[in-house]
Write a protein that binds this ligand. Structure first.
Ligand code: NAP
Length: 296
């Protein structure tokens, strides 16, 4: 029996793990893949405080995991299948965990563009992770679709070794100013604003993007960066969610079920960053502590 079980090993989950374990609670973190979440697939973070020159996402997440482990956080690598709020049991693909409190740090995954030819070509030119797959396109031509922070970061990362066309549906980018200025100044980034992609077709070894205005663009690869969706399937029907599937929990991270807390990108909130995930993780561990102390 654990005091606290955390599901999800991104920045929110690892911070919750650090705080809960350091407070002396017997704590386990359940992660289905490599720890670090989306931050671990980010080449460089320039706005995480304390690193004037920026810091690599994988490097930062490795340090988060090491720090939490030093205070006794246990990690179990498995897929979580279901939570029973009554019996306080978490079913995993390979067993069960009992815990007195749960912290959900389930994160979010890239959203699909939803056009014909997208799903069929995943892994054959269509990707959702520039830092994972970018290296295949050295010296080639790629497109990035989207106008948010992820799209701009992907375009800048890829522009170091590839010719990039950034395609955004509106005439204004959503991303923060600094990244936009850098992309505008880059010789390797071309921007197609007010442009949509209606279809992705195979063209020999590469892809042909059918664009609005009866235009085509031939590329070797396309990186889709059109936002994220919360990974909250596990708690559908158990917790109150908003229409988009984000867990309804306030700044105190308390969900609609006592003893279950939500932290990071899976929570309904105005800003999804590593810095805000860290704050959530610390708050969730603090609130879980308060909950456990009341039970004693
Ligand atoms: P986002 O901010 O939601 O931006 C998604 C972009 O995709 C928007 O430009 C949106 O267009 C476009 N889009 C959405 N659906 C589309 C569709 N069907 N077809 C074409 N375009 C579509 O998502 P994100 O960039 O992945 O960022 C997610 C969160 O992480 C944000 O809160 C972001 O600030 C944060 N983040 C922060 C950093 C950082 O601070 N270093 C880095 C990465 C991400 P519209 O603009 O027209 O809506």
């Amino acid at each position: 029996m654990y005091d606290v079980a955390i599901i999800g090993g991104g920045p929110a989950g690892l911070t919750a793990g650090l705080y809960a374990a350091r407070a002396g609670w017997k704590t386990v973190l359940v992660e289905r893949g490599l720890p670090g979440g989306q931050a671990a697939t980010t080449d460089r973070l320039e706005n995480y405080p304390g690193f004037p020159e920026g810091v690599g996402g994988p490097e930062l997440m490795m340090a988060f995991a090491e720090q939490a482990a030093r205070f006794g956080l246990e990690t179990r690598y498995a897929q979580a299948r279901a939570i029973d709020a009554e019996s306080k049991r978490l079913t995993l693909e390979d067993g069960e965990i009992e815990a007195r409190a749960f912290i959900l740090a389930l994160g979010a995954t890239p959203r699909k563009l939803g056009v014909p030819g997208e799903t069929e070509n995943i892994g054959r030119g269509v990707s959702y992770c520039a830092t994972c797959d970018g290296a295949f396109y050295r010296g080639k031509r790629v497109a990035v679709i989207g106008g948010g922070d992820t799209a701009l970061e992907d375009a800048l990362y890829l522009s170091r070794f590839a010719r990039v066309t950034l395609i955004h549906r509106r005439d204004r980018l959503r991303a923060m100013g600094a990244q936009v200025t850098k992309a505008q100044a880059s010789e390797n980034v071309e921007m197609l604003l007010s442009t949509t992609v209606s279809r992705i077709e195979r063209a020999g070894e590469g892809l042909l993007l059918r664009l609005s205005g009866e235009r085509d663009l031939a590329v070797d690869g396309v990186f889709v960066a059109v936002g994220v969706e919360p990974q909250t399937k596990l708690v559908q029907g158990l917790l109150a969610l908003d229409d988009a599937g984000y867990i309804l929990a306030g700044e105190d991270t308390c969900t609609s079920v006592p003893g279950i807390f939500a932290a990071g990108d899976c929570r309904k909130k105005p800003l999804r960053q590593v810095s805000t995930a860290v704050g959530d993780g610390a708050t969730a561990a603090y609130m879980a502590s308060a909950y456990l102390e009341k039970q004693i």
